[in-house]
Design a protein around this ligand. Structure first.
Ligand code: NI
Length: 174
């Protein structure tokens, strides 16, 4: 396993629609394992392939607390098959939008079908934090960031700050 570089917004790969996975083979498992390691290292509770510059429909998650055993979830080609009418609100953050957090409203419960790390078809019902994380990561596959759920005023303010800190990093390096 190796760590991958996490892209920070604004970046064109983060805005692109990711391509479906054709087969879950060793190369894809390598990507999944690298993503999981990169996510744990960050640290974060979810990561989508576009965030490491790979435009494929792959997401990894683990919402276990530090005092709980690790519980990684790997999903290729995730699709929502049902969402609840009831919504819930969580304060979200994103490894590609560092140091910014905001409340996002999403369906409270979902059913998702996907291929697991062995390429086996699975279906999972999720609520609470897991439902939010899965929907947040699936958004990445459509080129959507959590800040796209905010008002354009808030979104542009955050993007300007991210761009400014990117420029500072470049200036310091030159
Ligand atoms: Ni994210």
């Amino acid at each position: 396993m190796s760590l991958r570089h996490i892209l920070v917004a604004p970046d064109p790969v983060l805005k692109a629609t990711a391509k479906p996975v054709e087969t879950v083979d060793d190369e894809l498992r390598q990507l999944m394992d690298d993503m999981l390691e990169t996510m744990y290292e960050a640290p974060g509770i979810g990561l989508a392939a576009p965030q490491v510059g790979v435009s494929k429909r792959v997401i990894v998650m683990d919402i276990a607390r530090e005092d709980e055993p690790k519980a990684p979830l790997f999903m290729a080609n995730p699709e929502l098959v049902w969402v609840s009418d009831e919504d819930s609100t969580y304060e979200e953050g994103c490894l590609s939008v560092p140091e910014h957090y905001a409340d996002v409203v999403r369906p409270a419960e979902i059913r998702v079908k996907y291929l697991d790390r062995d390429g086996k078809a699975q279906e999972l019902k999720a609520d609470g934090l897991l439902a939010t994380v899965i929907q947040h990561e699936m958004d990445h596959l459509e080129g959507i960031l959590f800040i796209d759920h905010l008002s354009s005023l808030k979104r542009n303010m955050i993007l300007r700050k991210l761009l400014k800190s990117k420029k500072q990093v470049l200036e310091e390096a030159s």
